[in-house]
Write a protein that binds this ligand. Structure first.
Ligand SMILES: Nc1ncnc2c1ncn2[C@@H]1O[C@H](COP(=O)(O)OP(=O)(O)OP(=O)(O)O)[C@@H](O)[C@H]1O
Length: 752
């Protein structure tokens, strides 16, 4: 039974599928006619084979959608299974999603009045859903739908979870679901659990997406997005760069994008924010956004072709992979794939020398990684270990995209379409639609350009439509057993259906991906395994805590590209895995006691720690008044600085290593030993008479020997450093003296 007493049958024969008006990771959405009422509806056809979600998720989506009742939340009239698809019948939103609208005509985002209206309506929907005990978990521009009168509705409960569903509660709230770019940090951190505040974060990201035309970090592969979300400062509207936006908008966004979920406002509270007070009704500000635009299905077609053209332009395999990953975000697909192999493959997309990543956007400028290859590896490992492995049908990201790719690549004159869309807007454009739908053309100022959708694409499409129609109907309520067994029996059809895609290009693409994605995954696996372990006694204090804005020890590897300009200029040295910046050095002195404990006041280590201060707040050293025997005038103090800094860095790192070693051993004895330069007495292994104890004593002994060696080296370095400091001071004095003499000489010349 639908709304307002209207009954929508669950018989697919009562529905006539028309054009495709949208597609996601697991679904294609069609405009359709419900024949008994002659009413236009939208039908979302979820391909159960492709679908990453389990049946519970799908059923939940359908149930949730049919129970909700709010003007800003899209409802489901009914849903039923048709062969390998779940059909969800819902109202048709004739202007599609905000994402599509931006892609077709507002690539740099909307103006603030429109954004305000869209966000306010969306927030009303969220407030309602949260009140009902739901977390949407997939708030993004792609799920905000608009109709011709400017009505805004939040869609897609494909991943929503009911907070009051006791049985599933823990599981669903500790499971990663959603879209990385929009996902709150707490959602990305396994085990921490999350609540409706996760939607507020996504809402903030959506606000940025509407303001800029893309979500922050959207150009990066998923694993990178994940790490950036966890490690970086939250993205936001920049007070200088985003001048065109009001202060209250910026403030509102900043309130949403707070890493501590408890500090984020509820939807109810956020609605009271001043930004929403003066927002215009959507029929005034939103409606005009789509004036003069072609019908939705033609826009969608153009977007598909444009995406395909962009992908086809990427020649290099690595670029291709990156493009695939990026296109996933650009089109706002939310089915974040948690198949571990896929994630590893994604991780392999993070290239060390990815220079183009340096041509960053606003959010990139704040990128400060605490990770390096090793760190990345270990973090990724941790994350991968915690990720829930999808055990369903093979619906890897690659496969899903591959299918889309195949579909798109079968299109015709791509460059022309790209040309058409290059300018983004079609203000005076007039779409000419041929009856056969083989030709899509835009007339611009008299000159017409046309983009032909090739027959092959139509063939594929028609074949697809026929296939859908020829499916046997299994109408009636969604029966988990039926679908599951069917789905299982059909598992592996993804590759089958791919092979049905006929275009030569798609075959080529397919071959390439099949050949490349696997090694990529393997490579990534190897990389992750090879990654140096940061656990154990030799671990440097990892100060790149999950939420830290910057880390004292920075990457010179995997995320070198992400260092911002500032940190680049501060770069002191890149050595081994670590690069050290002056900022880092400054932080060395602030190592918390918990990280480097029991730093004794008599310890020689302290000496080296104080070097950090000296570098940045030069203290007067006791200067030997005797002039140095030899003055090398070429050796300006400036030249000495890098050398001193190197020494300092080495000393600090070694100090950390030693302290960690000490910390991992018999604490009091070891520290004492390190301080005295002696070995502690052997642990009381003999008392226990245990071979294990004896072995561990042996190990401790050898470790202590190593410590002593290291300590000696460190002390040598410290001495060297001290003498360099003295030299530096002398040189400074010398310089001063020379300068003074020269000045005096000049003055006496002038006097003379
Ligand atoms: N009722 C509707 N009316 C018009 N267009 C719609 C409707 N529902 C969805 N669409 C279009 O179809 C697209 C994909 O729909 P939807 O988000 O439900 O699929 P999905 O597979 O769950 O995608 P994703 O995983 O990216 O969220 C939307 O972004 C939107 O453009």
């Amino acid at each position: 039974m639908g709304r307002m007493g209207k009954a929508y049958t669950v018989n697919p024969k009562d529905y006539k599928l028309l054009e495709e008006v949208g597609y996601g990771a697991s679904a294609v959405v069609y405009r359709a006619i419900y024949i008994p009422f002659n009413e236009v509806v939208a039908i979302k056809c979820l391909d159960l084979d492709r679908c990453n979600s389990n049946l519970d998720d799908i059923r939940r989506e359908a149930q949730t959608m049919s129970l909700i009742d709010h003007p800003n939340v899209i409802i489901a009239y009914c849903s039923f299974v048709v062969e390998a698809n779940l059909w969800v019948v819902m109202p048709f939103m004739a202007e599609g999603s905000c994402l599509h609208l931006m892609k077709i005509a507002y690539s740099d985002g909307f103006e603030e009045p429109a954004i305000g209206s869209i966000l306010k309506e969306t927030l009303k929907a969220l407030e309602y859903l949260h009140r009902q005990g739901h977390i949407h978990r997939d708030v993004k521009a792609g799920n905000i739908l608009l109709d011709t009168s400017g009505v805004v509705k939040l869609a897609d409960f494909g991943v929503s979870a009911c907070m009051f569903d006791a049985g599933d509660r823990q599981r669903s709230r500790n499971t990663f679901v959603g879209t990385p770019c929009w996902m709150a940090p707490e959602v990305l951190q396994p085990g921490s659990g999350y609540n409706s505040k996760a939607d507020i974060w996504s809402f903030g990201i959506t606000a940025l997406e509407l303001a800029h035309g893309h979500a922050p970090f959207s150009k990066y592969p998923p694993m990178k997005v994940l790490l950036m979300t966890i490690q970086n400062a939250p993205p936001g509207l920049d007070y200088d760069r985003d001048k065109k936006f009001s202060k209250s908008f910026k403030e509102m966004v900043a309130m949403c994008l707070v890493k501590d979920q408890t500090k984020r406002p509820t939807a109810e509270k956020l609605l009271k924010h001043s930004f929403f007070k003066h927002v215009k009704p959507p029929e005034l500000s939103v409606k005009k956004l789509f004036a003069d635009l072609p019908p939705l299905w033609n826009r969608v077609k153009a977007i598909q072709l444009k995406d395909a053209a962009q992908l086809a332009l990427k020649k290099m395999p690595s670029a291709e992979q990156e493009a695939l990953s990026q296109s996933e975000y650009q089109r706002g697909v939310s089915a974040w794939n948690f198949d571990v192999d896929d994630l590893k493959a994604q991780a392999s997309l993070v290239r060390d020398d990815d220079d183009d990543i340096l041509e960053t956007r606003e959010e990139d400028e704040s990128v400060k990684f605490g990770g390096d290859k090793g760190f990345f590896g270990s973090q990724a490992n941790k994350l991968l270990c915690c990720l829930q492995v999808t055990t369903g049908p093979q619906s890897s990201l690659m496969n899903v995209q591959q299918a889309d790719y195949s579909r798109q690549l079968s299109g015709g004159k791509l460059s022309q379409v790209d040309n058409l869309n290059r300018k983004g807007k079609f203000p005076e454009s007039d779409l000419l639609e041929t009856s056969s739908q083989e030709k899509v053309g835009w007339k611009r100022n008299g000159s017409s350009t046309e983009a032909k959708v090739s027959t092959s694409e139509n063939d594929v499409k028609q074949a697809k439509a026929k296939t859908v129609k020829s499916y046997q109907t299994r109408s009636g309520p969604l029966m988990p057993g039926t679908v599951l067994s069917h789905s299982l029996s059909e598992s592996g059809r993804t590759s089958e259906s791919l092979s049905r895609d006929t275009s030569l290009l798609s075959k080529l693409a397919k071959g390439r991906f099949e050949n490349e994605s696997q090694p990529a995954a393997e490579r990534a696996t190897r990389e992750v395994r090879k990654a140096p372990s940061f656990s154990g006694p030799l671990m440097l204090p990892n100060r790149a805590s999950a939420n830290s804005l910057s880390a004292p020890i920075k990457s010179s590897g995997g995320f070198r590209d992400s260092l911002d300009d500032k940190s680049k200029t501060n770069l002191v040295q890149i050595k081994g895995r670590f690069s050290v910046t002056s900022e880092n050095l400054d932080l060395v002195k602030d190592i918390p006691l918990s990280t480097v404990p029991r730093r004794s006041s008599q310890s020689p280590l302290k000496k080296s720690a104080s070097v950090g201060e000296w570098m940045f707040e030069p203290k007067k050293m006791p200067v030997n008044n005797q002039p140095p025997k030899e003055i090398n005038n070429n050796c300006a103090p400036v030249l000495l600085l890098p050398h001193l800094q190197n020494l300092l860095q080495q000393t600090s790192i070694q100090q950390d290593i030693i302290m960690n070693l000490l910390n991992s051993l018999q604490p009091a004895e070891a520290i004492e030993a390190a301080q005295n330069g002696k070995l502690p007495p052997l642990p009381r292994g003999s008392e226990n008479n245990g071979s294990v104890e004896a072995a561990s004593s042996e190990r401790e002994r050898s470790l202590l020997i190593k410590i002593t060696e290291l300590q000696n080296r460190m002390m040598n370095l410290t001495n060297e450093l001290d003498s360099e400091k003295l030299k530096y001071e002398h040189l400074q004095e010398q310089l001063k003296a020379i300068t003074g003499r020269e000045e005096n000489g000049e003055r006496s010349d002038v006097d003379a």
